[in-house]
Design a protein around this ligand. Sequence first.
Ligand SMILES: [Zn+2]
Length: 70
Amino acid sequence: MVLGKTIHLHNSTKAEFLQNTRWVKHELCHVQQFKQHGYFGFLVKYLWESLKKGYYNNKFEVEARAAEEL
Ligand SMILES: [Zn+2]
């Protein structure tokens, strides 16, 4: 997951992460979202979206999944 400009990896190494281009694009999209909405603004909006729509349909996740295809 991303907090601000830092990508936190769980149960995987940096090398594994960097080999997975789609995953890198996904997480970089979240970094952009943090920049766009501001640190706390993004966290609040992200949580609100998740509560309203669930993780999968959260618009920030939809956008990050679309970024994987680029
Ligand atoms: Zn995501």
